[in-house]
Design a protein around this ligand. Structure first.
Ligand SMILES: Cc1ncc(COP(=O)(O)O)c(C=O)c1O
Length: 355
């Protein structure tokens, strides 16, 4: 049976990225060696990193003066590297969920942290809009897509201080104005690569402004100077990321990813809004295109496990909501074909007919 992979992350990747990674695992560039057994300093690997960086810059239209890094540690390590490198006195954070809170918690060890607004009181079903950012904040931190709750900031904000964004789950799904940010980061295991690599886009001249000692490995400058090769980088996920970036370019770039994301999300939200058995959980204006969250309508609440089983039997994978919110979550990342979204919609319609 065909599987439709709605996993929230690690998640669906383009089929050819998986196939070409598999080929390189068996024989990298006709070298007779596996991608897993070559040195990251092998002459054939440097071009992979160079191409990945170049494609990052090209696809996201990154201006001069920014570096692109591929690191280990996940987005979670960035929660701590961000304040280490950028927080001198005060930082502002928008609390839009678990990941934003975790980022904020790390920052508290480095200086004053101002939570400018929070939607915790409504289980993060919306993104706060009215707040004031202290003008003397070193940066304003946002999580553009809240993977667990299915809310998304789909446009770059205009604010009075430099922005830093966790874009783990919506990078490359829309055009962004990188010049508004001093740092953009994320775990790559959703729209880019298998787990194991973290991407960081950093504005070079925003560094070097804090007075504290920064441990070597946690200092962005170390990795800029080392071209992401200060230590052994995650070779295999970087290779897959490079292949995904080639794929995005061949498909028509970020604009095309955005067009597809809107199309898929519109299809599924239309069904959620039409079908009497389901309700969307996120505020309409903040609905994520990447993670589409819904629950059973109150009158059908007791059928949640039945629908889960019904959908699983029809090939749907990973639609169970995050353990902290329940219900369902269909993650529709870049590599998710429209046909899979349609298969889920068909499933919802069939289930409705039965009740
Ligand atoms: C928005 C967001 N930020 C951060 C993380 C944590 O990423 P990692 O597991 O790479 O540390 C996740 C993981 O799902 C996420 O969705």
């Amino acid at each position: 049976m065909k599987k439709h992979n709605f996993n929230a992350g690690p998640s669906i990747l383009p089929r050819e990225v998986i196939e070409d990674t598999a080929k390189a695992v068996l024989d990298f560039n006709g070298s007779g060696l596996s991608l897993m057994e070559i040195s990251h300093r092998a002459k054939d690997f440097q071009p992979v990193v160079d191409e990945a960086v170049a494609l990052f810059k090209e696809l996201l239209n990154i201006p001069e003066g920014y570096s692109v890094l591929f690191l280990g540690g996940g987005a979670s390590l960035e929660f701590c590297m961000i304040p280490f490198n950028f927080l001198e006195k005060k930082a502002a954070y928008l609390n839009t969920g678990v990941w934003a809170k975790k980022a904020m918690k790390e920052a508290k060890g480095f200086g004053e942290v101002v939570e400018v607004a929070s939607s915790a009181e409504s289980t993060y079903t919306y993104i706060p809009k009215d707040y004031t950012i202290p003008a003397d904040a070193d940066y304003f931190h946002i999580t553009t897509n809240n993977t667990i709750y299915g809310t998304e900031l789909k446009e770059d904000l205009n604010v009075n201080v430099p922005m830093i964004a966790d874009m783990s789950s919506d990078i490359f799904s829309r055009s962004i104005d990188v010049s508004k940010y001093i740092c953009i980061y994320g775990g790559a295991q959703k729209n880019l690569a298998p787990a194991g690599v973290t991407f960081v886009i950093v504005k070079n001249d925003a560094l070097g402004k804090v007075s504290r000692y920064i441990p070597t490995m946690l200092n962005y400058q170390t990795h800029i100077d080392g071209g992401s090769m200060f230590n052994t980088p995650p070779v295999l996920p970087i290779y897959s990321a490079m292949l995904t970036l080639r794929w995005i370019k061949a498909q028509g770039g970020v604009k095309e990813m955005e067009r597809r994301a809107i199309e898929k999300a519109d299809m599924l939200y239309a069904e959620i809004d039409r079908n009497k058995m389901f309700v969307g959980t996120a505020a309409k204006e903040d609905r994520s295109r990447m993670n589409i969250c819904f629950v059973m309508s109150p009158e059908y609440k007791e059928l949640e496990a039945d629908f889960q089983k019904f959908a699983t039997e029809r090939g749907m994978v990973g639609i169970k909501g995050h353990r902290s919110v329940g219900g369902f979550r269909a993650s529709c990342y870049n590599a998710m074909p429209k046909e899979s979204v349609q298969a889920l919609i068909d499933c919802m319609q069939e289930f409705e007919k039965l009740h």
